[in-house]
Design a protein around this ligand. Structure first.
Ligand SMILES: C[S@@+](CC[C@H](N)C(=O)[O-])C[C@H]1O[C@@H](n2cnc3c(N)ncnc32)[C@H](O)[C@@H]1O
Length: 146
């Protein structure tokens, strides 16, 4: 999960933009560091290895953009945390919200599918966000904090 503070993304944020990238898997975090280096933006990105939900719940500052791509079962919990930590006008972006179309199943059986369906329902009903789903690749939810 990426938490972006003070600006939007590493390049457009300029020198003052700051990105916090969290990954529970140290090997994936290491690979990500390699990509950040190759893209020339490593100095703007703080890599944190650990649980993103725990990390976010410990934060006190507000973020401009929060990108969510954690294990899908945690999506509803992420939504509750994000509301408090995103500034007004900030963006909350979430990957995989169509889950290869499984979100349209009448009675989803997988825990991951059930959690994404619940997340989509909570997000669209939330009084805190204007939201939409872009049908790009596996579905991206984009929500603007009111
Ligand atoms: C596997 S990728 C998701 C793939 C991508 N959304 C796609 O469609 O191909 C998700 C990454 O988030 C990390 N991750 C999952 N849950 C996490 C959590 N609660 N905290 C931190 N990192 C997490 C995983 O270790 C993994 O590196």
């Amino acid at each position: 999960m990426n938490w972006v503070q003070r600006s939007d993304i590493p390049r457009s944020g300029g020198d003052k933009g700051r990105v916090i990238y969290t990954d529970g898997d140290s090997r994936n975090a290491q690979r990500a560091r390699g990509y950040f280096d190759r893209a020339g933006v490593a100095s703007r990105i703080q890599v944190h290895v650990g649980d993103a939900l725990e990390f976010l719940s410990e934060q006190t500052q507000e973020f401009d953009v929060i990108f969510n791509d954690v294990d899908k079962e945690d999506y509803p919990r992420v939504l509750r945390l994000v509301s408090k930590r995103l500034r007004k006008g900030g963006l909350f972006i979430t990957d995989n919200v169509l889950w290869s179309g499984r979100v349209t199943e009448k009675t989803p059986k997988e825990a991951s599918t059930k959690a994404i369906v619940e997340f989509n329902r909570l997000l669209s009903a939330s009084p805190d966000f204007y939201s939409t789903i872009l049908p790009i690749r596996d579905g991206i939810a984009v929500a603007l904090k009111k």
